[in-house]
Write a protein that binds this ligand. Structure first.
Ligand SMILES: Cc1cc2nc3c(=O)[nH]c(=O)nc-3n(C[C@H](O)[C@H](O)[C@H](O)COP(=O)(O)OP(=O)(O)OC[C@H]3O[C@@H](n4cnc5c(N)ncnc54)[C@H](O)[C@@H]3O)c2cc1C
Length: 222
């Protein structure tokens, strides 16, 4: 759960109401995880704008102007909350559309990616028939040999038939196939080496550890 972030209790309550509207259940935990993820990965000025949207959502005057109901978001019925959010998706105001993308995608993603806690695992896993494997993936350990560089020691010379830059979906497969047909391959990778034993066992952990900017890298407007 989140430790230190700039979100007020009121903002987190509103975020939990949004989470509940998007996918029912576990919304307080999801709001905390979403706030933590945005604080860690989004541009601070973007986070300030998203928090402003949360405060405006509870303004009766703003809701009267935008959806014809003089009520705070917390006082709307579930159906009206849904209507309000759908209004954001197609709004002429760019900030509302961006907020819909940012909050909607993140809160829906966390609803399925978060494994939950030991005492309360994510009930959606059972609902969709997903049983995580522990331990996961494979017993065949990697044959990749990491090369440690010490910048103080000067350049390192490596000999290989092929150099592949980036071990993603494309480069990783190419490197493996070349190795299979007997070529020696050097892979240059900006990210850390993660072998089978250290692979994440749930999606939330995978995004935290394997993706640039925790998988939240987008254009400024989402
Ligand atoms: C959040 C997210 C979710 C996704 N979900 C899915 C999904 O469910 N299903 C699906 O099919 N696709 C999904 N995709 C798309 C999929 O990940 C990409 O299409 C695919 O990874 C592209 O492969 P790639 O080899 O071109 O690049 P990448 O897989 O991005 O690999 C590029 C690699 O190069 C490394 N690199 C970059 N620059 C340098 C450098 N200068 N020096 C050294 N290394 C460098 C990077 O660290 C990275 O490891 C998702 C993408 C994102 C961002």
């Amino acid at each position: 759960m989140p430790s230190r972030h700039p979100w007020s209790d009121r903002e987190l309550e509103t975020l939990a109401q949004l989470a509940e509207t998007i996918v029912r259940g576990g919304s307080v935990r999801r709001a905390g995880l979403a706030a933590e993820a945005l604080t860690r990965s989004a541009d601070p000025s973007q986070v300030r704008q998203l928090r402003l949207v949360l405060r405006l959502l509870q303004s009766r005057l703003v809701n009267l102007l935008l959806m014809g109901k003089a009520a705070a978001f917390r006082d709307l019925s579930p159906a009206d909350r849904e209507r309000c959010l759908l209004g954001w998706a197609h709004s002429r105001i760019p900030l509302r559309r961006s907020a819909f993308q940012a909050f909607g995608r993140l809160l829906a993603f966390i609803a399925y990616a978060d494994p939950g806690s030991d005492s309360m695992p994510n009930p959606r896993y059972a609902a969709v028939g997903y049983r995580p494997e522990h331990p996961p993936v494979t017993v065949d350990r990697t044959t990749i040999r990491p090369v440690a560089f010490d910048p103080g020691e000067g350049p390192v010379t490596l000999e290989a038939d092929v150099v592949v830059v980036g071990s993603g979906a494309g480069g990783g497969v190419i490197a493996a196939e070349l190795t299979r047909v007997g070529r020696s391959v050097v892979v240059v990778e900006a990210g850390p080496l993660v072998d089978e034993a250290a692979m994440p066992t749930n999606e939330l952990d995978a995004y935290r550890r394997l993706y640039l900017n925790h998988g939240l890298l987008t254009t400024w407007d989402g």
